[in-house]
Ligand binder design. Sequence first.
Ligand SMILES: Cc1cc2nc3c(=O)[nH]c(=O)nc-3n(C[C@H](O)[C@H](O)[C@H](O)COP(=O)(O)OP(=O)(O)OC[C@H]3O[C@@H](n4cnc5c(N)ncnc54)[C@H](O)[C@@H]3O)c2cc1C
Length: 328
Amino acid sequence: MDFNFNIGGFAAQPQVKSFDSEKIYDVLIIGGGPAGLTAAVYSLRKGLITGIVTDQVGGQMAETTGIENYLGYRYIDGMELVNKFRDQVLQFGIDFESKAKVKNIKDGRIKQVELEDGRVYQAKSIIIASGKQNKKLGLEKERELTGHGVAYCAICDAPFFADKRVVVAGGGNSGVQAAIDLAKVATHVTLVQRRDHLTADQILIDKLSAYSNVDYKLNHVLSGLEGDKKLTAVRAEDRSSKEEITLEADGLFVEIGLIPNSAFVTGLVEMNGYNEIKVDSYCRTNVDGIFAAGDVTTVPYKQIIVACGEGSKAALAATDYLLNSPDL
Ligand SMILES: Cc1cc2nc3c(=O)[nH]c(=O)nc-3n(C[C@H](O)[C@H](O)[C@H](O)COP(=O)(O)OP(=O)(O)OC[C@H]3O[C@@H](n4cnc5c(N)ncnc54)[C@H](O)[C@@H]3O)c2cc1C
């Protein structure tokens, strides 16, 4: 393939171009979270004809109250970091679809990416950076209170609940680990678990039982959220007696699992038992020309800085693939 190195350096104004179904992209990136946005910066700076298709910009960062472990910022709001990432991508000029969802990918020398609205884009290589989404409780007000008391990542957000009362939903490894992280800082932690026992590893259960500020509501499911603009309490129902209790709380950590956004490539690329896309250390999937990066993959430790590193690797690996594919 021929590379176009004329990227012109930094542009003063953001340059967003519309997608073109006639165009054949060198790299088409699916997902506008940290992995996808970093992959875009690297692809654009390699002079590749690059596009991003995403159904939302920022990914899980946009749901984060505050970030203290992304280097360069001692503290930054999730949305502020999203805007910085987005602006950095847009300055290079890129074809950007920010409200489009990919439905499936057809493999071939030139790959076809079909959107849910029926449009089809073509690309020589693809980077899948579609991330994960938290399993939601499905309760009324859950969406509006997210970031205002309702949180999904204790590793990230526990320090913001110092000296507050919190509830953790989920008694598996992530729920119990979240309760441990929170018990260190919060005044009180209530762990709500739908089963009549915790399903976490015994070592975690033992660790949690050492904290005196934790109590358990086993055999309970969360049934409601209270508060306008800010969470004030959660309601939980006893699964046997159907009796409902109200737990005053400043925070609710929903730790009932994450699902990879990989359904649109089921049957195309290899996945593990959790539907994470299998990648090697170059972010290559088992399909030539299809790369994957970030939380949607088997790479351990789902964090922003990890996703960014993986996004950069995927873009560099895609560049090598294009250089070494004489027919492209
Ligand atoms: C509440 C919360 C707080 C967190 N706090 C921190 C923190 O403080 N520090 C830290 O390092 N990490 C934190 N994390 C984890 C971190 O946000 C993730 O590890 C990181 O965002 C993963 O990046 P990603 O690009 O792989 O995926 P994502 O961020 O999940 O982005 C995936 C993108 O793909 C898009 N997409 C999905 N499916 C499709 C499709 N079919 N078609 C088109 N687009 C699609 C999504 O809209 C999204 O834009 C937190 C996570 C959460 C949920």
